[in-house]
Design a protein around this ligand. Structure first.
Ligand SMILES: *Cc1c(COP(=O)(O)O)cnc(C)c1O
Length: 397
């Protein structure tokens, strides 16, 4: 490739071009049968996605946001409860908590893995909660703390063993936000085996937003679980609370995954393992290219983690400077995410302030997401590394 060819942040065209025939065949099938909602396309995709995640069941839904919301409700979170998550995530995590009628509370992330810190969670429980009648109660508000939502950010699982131990002790439901982690694995020392993201919590959420490791050609999401009773509830929630057509036990939502998206996702699912491998190879290449550059802090991968690299995120002192420099070199980058959730205008009413979650706050100023996708070429990565190198060298003289 030529020296001044643009390097995009992600490539949503190439994989679809490669699969164009199969994807078009799905479209043909849908428009010629009129099977737009539900039916075998959805059921077959759900079955195979559950298998991919080592889960018994999968329920296809509208979006990752709906997936988190329905997972919380089906798993037993009730309106008025407190649900604990991290401020270093996309706002959908907390939107879903609020939409389920609950209140988000935050605990900080670990400064190496960027996922929920078990230590900070334990501190929160010690400081703000007490166990009353077998339930964890928030002392100040008297609300029931019923669940935690660890977020497998950037495609790396949170440290689930200690989180499961705490959840067990305090009777907290675990809902994994696996929206960035299709196929990520966690080695549980306790169970002495690798666990797939989406197979650990009571009910777990995935997004098929186009840029995710498995993306729809539009919107989509899914929940995985091993509990048939939760499947029943989630199917009611996604379809107006009905148990059969026009018999509504509760008020639900219009939250279905449509047949066209399910069919397209099913085609793409067959390539997901291979795409994740290509992401892993690209991540290894970045790690090699930056190995000797002490000004660039690389992602940390603990021995218990096999990430799927939804994003490849580095830390540098002058992040905004580096981003601008790379943009001038036609290298696209992203920031995931620039403003921690507890400092967003939308959450002013929660009463958090700057300084409450120092690890997240510092991270937000230093992170830069480099181009990352299965089709990324080594030559492109070399150009990215050169671009970074040039800036860091100039900046340090
Ligand atoms: C993408 C994402 C979601 C929401 O998914 P949508 O399909 O866009 O609703 C939730 N949580 C995280 C961490 C995400 O990255």
């Amino acid at each position: 490739m030529s020296a001044n060819e643009k390097i995009p942040f992600l490539d949503l065209v190439t994989p679809h071009k490669q699969l164009q025939q199969e994807l078009t065949a799905v479209f043909q099938q849908v428009i010629t049968t009129g099977g737009f909602v539900g039916g075998p396309l959805v059921e077959n995709f759900e079955k195979d996605f559950a298998t991919f995640c080592d889960a018994k069941f999968c329920v296809g839904v509208n979006s990752g946001t709906d997936a988190v919301r329905f997972a919380l409700t089906a798993a037993g979170v009730e309106p008025g409860d407190i649900v604990v998550t991290v401020p270093h995530t996309f706002i959908a995590t907390t939107e879903a908590i609020s939409q389920a009628g609950a209140h988000p509370h935050f605990v900080d992330i670990d400064d190496r893995t960027y996922t929920m810190s078990p230590k900070r969670l334990q501190e929160y429980l010690d400081r703000e909660c007490e166990i009353v009648g077998g339930k964890t109660i928030h002392k100040k508000t008297k609300k029931h703390v019923s669940a935690i939502v660890p977020v497998h950010i950037y495609g790396q699982c949170a440290d689930m063993d200690p989180l499961m131990e705490i959840a067990d002790k305090y009777k907290l439901i675990i809902v994994e936000d696996a929206c960035q982690a299709h196929g990520a694995e966690y080695f549980s020392k306790k169970q002495n085996k690798w666990l797939k993201a989406g197979s650990i919590g009571a009910a777990n959420a995935f997004s098929f937003y186009p840029g995710k490791n498995l993306g729809a050609c539009g919107e989509g999401g899914a929940i995985t679980t091993n509990d048939p009773e939760m499947v029943r509830k989630m199917k009611m929630l996604r379809e107006h609370g009905q148990v059969k057509k026009y018999y509504h036990d509760i008020e639900g939502y219009n939250g279905r995954l449509d047949s066209l998206q399910a069919g397209l996702l099913h085609v793409k699912l067959r390539h997901l393992a291979e795409w994740n491998k290509q992401r892993q190879a690209a991540a290894a290449e970045y790690q090699k290219l930056f190995a000797s550059n002490t000004a660039v802090k690389l992602p940390f991968v603990p021995e218990w983690s096999r990430p799927v690299w939804h994003l490849f995120v580095v830390r540098v002192a002058d992040r905004d400077g580096l981003q601008k420099h790379l943009a001038e070199a036609k290298i696209d980058t992203g920031i995931h995410y620039p403003i921690p959730l507890h400092l967003q205008n939308a959450y002013k009413s929660l009463g958090y302030k700057n300084g409450d979650f120092p690890v997240t706050e510092k991270l937000a100023l230093e992170i830069l997401s480099l181009p990352m996708y299965p089709q990324l070429q080594k030559a492109q990565q070399a150009s990215v590394a050169q671009g970074v190198e040039a800036f860091v060298t100039v900046a340090s003289v």
